[in-house]
Design a protein around this ligand. Structure first.
Ligand code: DTR
Ligand code: CA
Ligand code: ZN
Ligand code: ZN
Length: 439
């Protein structure tokens, strides 16, 4: 389809002017701030978390009073958690191992979607000691992570990162399940894990609010959350490396987590800022038969469950790197029908230090009635041509509106870049409407 004469003349004129005054191409546009705000994390209903604890309690009561590794109560706990996740659309995997002559189980749940090369993990150990039902240690962490995973499903969250959740077996025997998981994770898979968040004892009856002082970004995320509640926090000191974050940390994966205290005693100063009872352990039923559903502080459980969601929503929505400087030429340039010569539209780039990045973006907008006629190249200031689009006799659609990513890292950024277009098949014509290069 031919352009109207007036448009064609205008296009040719515009092309001539652009060609004569390449240096008049528009100056750099302000780099758009493409920072994507994280979606607002939901409130995690503490009643839902307590309902999971009630299930864990019931399971323990029906299985010898505990949910320990190698006992029926552990596998029943795992089956309960897995069923909830399967129903919520997770891809679940049970990983088995042997410890102390008994089969152990890890449960891994992947939320479909997100960048497979950037995985955010959250986990907790699901086993108790054999002397009790382990509702605070660690039903609390397991229930909070479960309810957060269910909240992700309810929200239909589509985070930038891929979300993975883990419930570990045999932590009480020495971090056996989490060690097994990490040790059997290929190094290439480990490298994809941007962070592991651990939640072990987050509902202690005489609670403190402790934040792991490991990865600074994760630590700050939790501190920011608690600051929003005006709840002071302290660095976790009751035993660095005494929970399932340790195997992840030992292979260089950024870790963080929350803790409300175990056998240590709350000081008067801590009671002053957090309430509760000074001179008493954070959890007097730690590793005891009285670690039941009565051994939970609801406020601590609620706050920490909401903190899990806050971290998943915020750390999962990785803030994209804002694009670099961007330059555009909106002057129409007519493209002569085949067998005419290629035409170019120039952009003069200045003020960009160094070379172009490996992810140089080229946005192209060409009006044409048979885009398969067109061959499109990006030509660097030194004349190097980078093929953006080949011709295709079968692609009869109109117009080329596309973004191409070019590894132009060997090219100096400053200089005159050109979009070069050639029509290699007869009967249809068009023009370059605009194009933009972003570094
Ligand atoms: N080892 C955990 C309890 C525990 C003790 N110190 C910390 C520090 C951080 C997290 C947990 C803990 C257990 O008995 O399961
Ligand atoms: Ca809540
Ligand atoms: Zn324990
Ligand atoms: Zn524990």
């Amino acid at each position: 389809m031919s352009l109207s004469v007036s448009r064609r003349l205008a296009a040719v004129t515009a092309f001539a002017v652009a060609g004569l005054f390449a240096s008049t191409a528009p100056a750099a546009l302000a780099a758009p701030t493409a920072v994507t705000a994280a979606p607002t994390p939901p409130d995690i209903p503490v009643a839902n978390v307590k309902a999971h604890l009630a299930q864990f309690q019931s399971i323990a009561t029906s299985n010898g009073g505990n949910r320990a590794h190698g006992r029926a109560g552990y596998k029943a706990s795992l089956d309960y958690v897995k069923a909830k996740l399967d129903a919520a659309g997770y891809t679940t995997t049970i990983q088995t191992f042997t410890s102390s002559g008994a089969t152990g189980y890890n449960l891994i749940a992947d939320w479909p979607g997100g960048d497979p090369n950037s995985v955010l993990m959250a986990g907790s150990h699901l086993d108790s000691v054999s002397s009790g039902p382990g509702i605070n240690d660690n039903g609390s962490g397991s229930a909070a992570v479960l309810e957060t995973a269910l909240a992700v499903s309810r929200a239909g969250l589509q985070p930038t990162k891929h979300l993975r959740f883990g419930w570990w077996g045999a932590e009480e025997l020495g971090l056996v399940g989490s060690k097994y998981y990490v040790n059997n994770l290929p190094s290439a898979e480990r490298a994809k894990i941007s962070g592991y968040l651990n939640f072990d004892m987050i509902g202690s009856p005489n609670p403190g609010y402790f934040v792991y002082d490991d990865d600074p970004t994760i630590e700050q995320t939790f501190k920011t959350y608690f600051a929003g509640l005006n709840v002071p926090t302290e660095i976790e000191t009751e035993g660095d490396g005494r929970s399932d974050h340790a195997p992840f940390k030992n292979v260089g994966i950024p870790v963080g987590g929350l803790f409300t205290g175990a056998g240590y005693t709350k000081t008067a100063a801590q009671a002053q800022k957090w309430g509760g009872t000074a001179g008493q352990a954070f959890d007097r039923c730690y590793h005891s038969s009285c670690d039941t559903t009565a051994n939970i502080n609801d406020t601590a459980l609620d706050r920490n469950s909401d903190a899990v969601a806050y971290a998943i929503w915020n750390l999962g929505a990785a803030t994209p790197v804002p694009p670099g400087p961007s330059f555009e030429n909106t002057t129409d340039v007519s493209i002569p029908d085949s067998p005419g010569a290629a035409v170019t539209s120039p952009i003069t780039v200045s003020g960009v230090a160094g070379n172009a990045p490996a992810t140089t973006k080229v946005d192209v907008n060409i009006v044409h009635t048979y885009r398969g006629d067109l061959v499109i190249d990006l030509v660097a200031p030194d004349g190097t041509a980078y093929r953006l689009k080949n011709s295709s006799s079968s692609d009869s659609a109109d117009n080329v509106v596309a973004t191409y990513t070019v590894n132009a890292s060997s090219e100096v950024a400053n200089g005159v870049w050109k979009l070069q277009v050639k029509d290699v098949a007869g009967a249809d014509v068009g023009y370059i409407n605009s194009w933009r290069i972003t570094f």
